[in-house]
Design a protein around this ligand. Structure first.
Ligand code: HEC
Length: 128
């Protein structure tokens, strides 16, 4: 099953490569190569631990799910991904996620300095 996706993904990757970098309205340089077709492993690790629980397709947290569904993220269009990444960058830079209320009972869910660096450099399209 997985293999079937490989060819179109590679073709897309080639296409994106020739397009070079895209500048978003926010002025971020986002290289499509860095977000497609997969997120870097270090970003995934942080997301898995600190964000995914509320932001997934099965989440009971309806508000969180509506705002961001990681299960849909990778399959969504690049333009959508870039928009979502901008939002992610915003909430992480502002320290709005994970929600403060949640952290009161789950201090271990707080982002470390390293987590913040990983998420912000990825979501702003910079190199690691
Ligand atoms: C405890 C559950 C929970 C966790 C953990 C959590 N979120 Fe959220 N997130 C929410 C909820 C609830 C909202 C909707 C908030 C609202 O609408 O006021 C939200 C909204 C968002 C939004 C949309 C903000 C907007 O203004 O559109 C982004 C982006 C986001 N979260 C990213 C993250 C990231 C990145 C992480 C991990 C670092 C994370 N979230 C962890 C519950 C969570």
């Amino acid at each position: 099953m997985k293999k079937l996706f490989l060819l179109p993904a590679l073709a897309l990757l080639g296409l994106l490569f020739f397009q070079g970098t895209t500048k978003t309205s926010n002025g971020y340089e986002v290289s499509p190569l860095e977000i497609m077709p997969d997120m870097p492993a270090n970003v995934k690790a942080v997301v898995d631990q600190k964000c995914y629980g509320c932001h997934n397709a099965e989440s009971k947290n309806d508000k969180g799910k509506a705002k961001l569904d990681w299960d849909a993220f990778e399959a969504s269009k690049k333009s959508k991904q870039v928009a979502v990444m901008k939002k992610i960058n915003e909430v992480v830079v502002n320290g709005d996620m994970p929600p403060k209320k949640y952290l009161e009972n789950r201090p271990e869910g707080k982002l470390s300095e390293a987590d913040i660096a990983t998420l912000t450099s990825w979501s702003s399209g910079k190199k690691k």
